[in-house]
Ligand binder design. Structure first.
Ligand SMILES: [Mg+2]
Ligand SMILES: [Zn+2]
Length: 162
């Protein structure tokens, strides 16, 4: 595949899709548990030619529930787990803002993060898929021309067909 060819991508929400969402913010790496179906499924999608991008609202930063460093520690761990499993993980986009504190253009259902990912990584929106456990994940994708698949919170990704 030429380097200039648009990429086929799967965009994933994080909490409740990649890691177990207990119903509150994941504030620290000690609370971050990757769900059982994630690694084998992302590896399968990698083998099918998809690249993987994570797109996540982290309003707990704006609310002071955890710090940017807490977020980056989790993100580095997730990246390491993905790359060591041979997953074609490219990037994470996150919104540290929250409507209760201040407005922004990135927080889902806004499409800012999806559009940034598409532009920076030369993703083809027509072949991309966004997987999320909240309707706002799909709304953000649809505004950027990307099809969405809604799953239940903490659903096993092995049950999903893209
Ligand atoms: Mg979620
Ligand atoms: Zn934001």
């Amino acid at each position: 595949m030429s380097n200039l060819e648009p990429k086929k991508a799967i965009l994933l929400d994080r909490d409740g899709v990649i890691n177990h969402d207990p119903g509150d913010y994941t504030t620290h790496i000690s609370e971050f548990t990757i769900l059982p179906g994630v690694i084998p499924t992302l590896k399968k999608w990698t083998d099918d030619g998809y690249v993987i991008v994570v797109i996540t609202n982290q309003g707990g930063v704006a609310k002071g529930r955890y710090t940017l460093d807490d977020f980056y520690e989790i993100d580095a761990y997730m990246r390491k787990e993905f790359l060591s499993a041979g997953i074609a993980y490219l990037d994470t986009y996150f919104c540290p803002h929250h409507d209760a504190i201040s407005h922004c253009l990135c927080r889902k259902p806004g499409s800012g993060m999806v559009e940034k990912a598409i532009a920076r990584h030369r993703i083809n929106p027509e072949t991309a898929v966004m997987i999320g456990d909240k309707w706002r994940d799909l709304e953000a994708a649809e505004k950027a021309g990307v099809r969405g698949i809604k799953i239940d919170v903490n659903q096993d990704l092995r049950t999903i067909e893209v």
